[in-house]
Design a protein around this ligand. Structure first.
Ligand SMILES: [Zn+2]
Length: 315
């Protein structure tokens, strides 16, 4: 199933994915292109501008919106491929990108320079707190294009233009869904029922980087499971709402495990022995056994980290 080459796919009318392998840095990561008559939305720009060459060509002379699912290095570094995009992200993502140092990205630059060649963080010019809606069939507000300009330097100023009027046939909702990270969000295409979920959803289970948002995350995923027809995770295959339900089950179980461990006084170093994937999640373990050995090891380790981080935050 895993390959060393990127994979382009048409998911359905006006929705495309570009899946980019990450080698030793983890399972392949997906960007999603939503195409409308007047504009397109690239949800995540992956690791370097080359990753976005195809999407940039497909956009042609349409207005390009870029939205970051969150500010992790594998999701937001290819924005430079687009001429003058309107870049959107949660306000916390903007803060993360403005941080004086990015140790994870620095490590990737040292270990796998080709993976992030030409990568340059582009700041969002449009941020939101809870949600934002885009209309891909309308030309955006005139001042928006003027304000974003061509160069990247000017993209640092937050602006708040009106992007949508009445709901049209191609409305995209971008909603905050913290839990993987505090700045995580998802994009939902009202027309097709496609949910591009970034790392808020992952197959077989997500990484818990913001354990204090677990409750919000779980209830958000449940809502989306009742609404979305197709789910595109940041890492993993295109799925249906059952993936959201499986992620909810995993997250609820981890929360329950930590509650139980805390009440019994289980020390953190015993968590993995008592609640490792083999024992607590045999169905996930069975699925991992059919995966590439490197990915299998990645998720075994990820579960260990999830237990530790959740224990540290909630116990
Ligand atoms: Zn990721």
């Amino acid at each position: 199933m895993s390959t060393s080459e990127p994979v382009f796919r048409r998911v359905e009318e006006g929705v495309f994915t570009y899946l980019r392998p990450l080698g030793k840095h983890g399972p392949a990561v997906a960007s999603v292109l939503f195409m409308g008559l007047e504009s397109v939305l690239a949800f995540d720009t992956l690791c370097n501008p080359k990753d976005m060459t195809l999407f940039s060509k497909m956009a042609g002379d349409r207005q390009v919106y870029v939205a970051y699912s969150h500010a992790d290095w594998d999701h937001c570094l290819g924005t430079g491929a687009f001429g003058s995009p309107v870049v959107i992200a949660h306000e916390f993502a903007r803060g993360r990108l403005l941080a004086p140092s990015h140790p994870e990205l620095d490590a990737v630059r040292r270990e796998s320079p080709e993976l992030v060649k030409g990568a340059e963080p582009v700041l969002p010019c449009l941020t939101f707190t809870k949600s934002l809606a885009l209309d891909l069939e309308r030309i955006p507000h005139g001042s928006l294009r003027a304000a974003t300009g061509k160069g990247r330097q000017r993209a640092g100023r937050p602006i708040q233009p009106v992007l949508t009027g009445d709901p049209s046939r191609r409305r995209i909702e971008i909603r905050h869904l913290p839990g993987h990270t505090a700045d995580s969000c998802v994009a939902y295409d009202v027309t097709t029922g496609v949910l591009a979920a970034g790392d808020a959803v992952e197959d077989p289970f997500p990484s818990i980087g913001d354990p204090r948002s677990l409750g919000t995350w779980i209830s958000g995923l449940r809502e989306w499971a009742a609404r979305a027809r197709t789910v595109i995770p940041g890492h993993g295959q295109v799925s249906g709402p059952e993936l959201l339900k499986r992620n909810v089950k995993y997250l609820r179980t981890v929360a329950g495990i930590i509650k139980d461990a805390a009440s019994r006084g289980t020390p953190p170093e015993s968590l993995d022995a008592e609640y490792g994937l083999e024992r607590a999640f045999p169905e996930i373990m069975a699925r991992l056994d059919s995966m590439d050995p490197r990915e299998r090891e990645f998720y075994v380790e990820l579960h260990r980290e999830n237990l530790w981080r959740t224990w540290a935050a909630l116990s």
